[in-house]
Design a protein around this ligand. Structure first.
Ligand code: UD1
Length: 417
């Protein structure tokens, strides 16, 4: 099994180009199922989750190939409606094929994703909302058997809770439903805006009618298009934090700074110097890191996907901090490992009490999920000496060429078998 060896503590200096967004690419790939015409996608990140989604689409009968820098998806003969456990279990976003399959064929069999390291992660909101469009389903031996006897029929849906995945599944499904669907209490993550922009270009009729409301008019014909996926704001946030953790000086390129304004404001409060340009940010870490109380929240709040990374930074603050995790029930798996490196973080329910003034010490570590893994790298980058991080397959699910990007800016990091 592969490991990462990190020799800290070097200040990171230079520039990092941010890749395309994994979490925008996944629903866009699922949404290509709606169309019989070719779709050309640019800027997909080279990460394991995207490979898994491509495998899932191929298992459903999509013809997919790379042509220059485009991924070309041809679904004109796509005819299978079965998403297997083996593919959905490794990547929960596999559930996103349910909406488009139902919209296209009126029935589908999709594996339940099950839980994962960060919590039980149910799909009840997806299923309740699809039922409102006329879907009947039963769950047998871990599979959702869903049918829409009269096809999908548009209606008014109020999500009981803000869910990124359920909003995406429903937007995609409603694009081919009969009549008009209105979706309220939608997630408004930038990746959802990117999905909507993709679908509009594809020929779908979608309008934002209020901050969290969408109106979708079902259509029958879609276009052949080329679309470039947005930048990965979580990857960008991770490298911004890396700059501050190492007291470095980084230019983060290929981004739209306004999209990560919450993170920028917070890093400024902590003490980082930030210079924004149109498509890049220069961030200069300061020796003194100020403490902060943070809670994770749906966009435009602070993202749960950066909670583990910011914790590393707050461990080094001048005073104590509090982090409240309001999205996932069990997303503090990194804490035990950080404490092994000298952090003093204690957990009570969904709160983490973070003692400041930590000097991280190197250690042999175990990654538990995607964002937890990267937080261990950040801590290791700031610890003087050699750390080893095991189970890095989690990391490969979502960070493109992470060692290469970090090495380019002066980190001593290498992958070993
Ligand atoms: C997406 C992101 C993930 C991010 C999360 C929150 C992708 C591929 N993944 O995950 O990186 O951490 O948003 O920003 O984009 N819930 C229910 N029932 C449901 C669905 C969700 O109770 O049917 C709960 C979840 O357990 C969680 C909360 O709602 O507590 C938010 O989850 P959701 O926004 O749906 O996350 P994902 O779409 O799975």
């Amino acid at each position: 099994m592969q490991k990462l060896e990190v020799f800290g503590a070097n200040k990171l200096r230079g520039q990092i180009k941010i890749s395309g967004s994994k979490n925008a690419s996944l629903p866009i790939l699922a949404a290509t199922l709606l169309s019989k015409k070719k779709v050309y996608l640019k800027n997909l990140p080279k990460v394991k989750d995207i490979e898994t989604m491509i495998n899932l689409l191929q298992s459903l009968g999509s013809k997919i190939k790379f042509e220059k820098k485009n991924l070309v998806i041809d679904n004109h003969k796509q005819n299978k409606k079965f998403a297997s456990y083996s593919l959905v279990k490794t990547m929960r976003a596999g559930i996103l094929v349910l909406g488009p399959l139902l919209a296209k064929f009126g029935n589908a069999k999709v594996s339940l994703p099950g839980g994962c390291a960060i919590g039980s992660r149910p799909v009840n909101i997806h299923l309740d909302a699809l039922s409102r469009l006329g879907v009947r389903y039963k769950i047998v031996q871990g599979y959702i058997y869903a049918t829409a006897p009269k096809g999908l029929v548009g209606t008014n849906i109020n999500f009981s809770k803000i869910s990124v995945g359920a909003t995406e599944n429903l937007i995609i499904a409603a694009c081919l439903a009969k009549g008009t669907t209105t979706l309220n209490n939608c997630a408004i993550e930038p990746e959802i805006k990117d999905l909507v922009n993709f679908l509009i270009k594809l020929g779908c009729k979608i309008k934002w009618t209020a901050k969290r409301s969408l109106k979708i008019l079902g259509v029958e014909q879609l276009n052949q298009i080329t679309y470039s996926v947005m930048f990965d704001r979580i990857e960008a946030g991770t490298y911004l934090i890396a700059a501050v953790v190492t007291e470095g000086d980084l230019k983060i390129k290929n981004i739209i700074p306004q999209i990560i304004q919450t993170e920028i404001n917070l890093l400024k409060k902590i003490g980082a110097k930030i210079i924004m340009k149109k498509n890049e940010i220069r961030i200069i870490g300061s020796k003194k890191i100020r403490n902060l109380n943070i809670r994770t929240a749906p966009y435009p709040g602070f993202p749960t996907d950066l909670q583990a990374q910011i914790m590393v930074l707050l461990c080094k603050a001048n005073k104590n901090s509090l982090i409240k995790e309001d999205i996932f029930e069990n997303r503090f798996m990194h804490v035990a490992e950080l404490n092994r490196m000298g952090a003093r973080v204690s957990i009570s329910g969904n709160k983490a009490f973070v003692k400041g003034k930590t000097t991280f010490a190197p250690a042999e570590l175990m990654a538990t999920d995607l964002r937890a893994s990267v937080s261990l790298i950040l801590a290791a980058l700031s610890a003087k000496g050699k750390s080893v991080i095991n189970r890095i397959y989690h990391l490969d699910r979502g960070y493109e060429h992470i060692e290469k990007k970090l090495r380019k800016v002066g980190a001593k990091i290498r992958r070993i078998n």
